[in-house]
Write a protein of this length. Sequence first.
Lengths: 112, 116
Amino acid sequence: KQEVTQIPAALSVPEGENLVLNCSFTDSAIYNLQWFRQDPGKGLTSLLLIQSSQREQTSGRLNASLDKSSGRSTLYIAASQPGDSATYLCALSTSGYSTLTFGKGTMLLVSP
Amino acid sequence: DAGVIQSPRHEVTEMGQEVTLRCKPISGHDYLFWYRQTMMRGLELLIYFNNNVPIDDSGMPEDRFSAKMPNASFSTLKIQPSEPRDSAVYFCASSALSTGGKSGYTFGSGTRLTVV
């Protein structure tokens, strides 16, 4: 059974710092991996989607990487801002027709 | 597209009452998923549909939970009777996995259920 772990569970940084959020998974036979952002009391917003054949995806200040062989993905946030404060969730599927398995998320707080 | 639409946004009900949560997926998406989120367990899949047919309901906690998808644009999740431990945020998501999953999942804003 696929297990997804996100470390750290919580992270607090001052504004302007570059930071890395980690996601590890136990089964390397994944189909794709998706990073989501969740604001308090809100739904999930998709940030980046990486197909299994890809090594990374970029959107603005965000860069997500995927290393299937080591069972890891990272989300890099450059020049963090207070508006980046949210919970970041990693989720993956093991086939094009399977459901997403989620990690429990990293709660990020960026202080002005 | 307005995205995945869920209603109500908040629901407070008394133990023993029936609760119905509603979801309208994105037009053209052929997969629909119901997830539940709690602090203790995170996001858990309850059930999912493909072309309106339930595929896997192994995540439904007990017989008090039921889900239907009468057509491609509407799904319901019903809890009868409700219990305090059902209190959680319930999310609906849809995807066009038949295209190879390349579009990923889109989530609704969720329904926050409180059973008192």
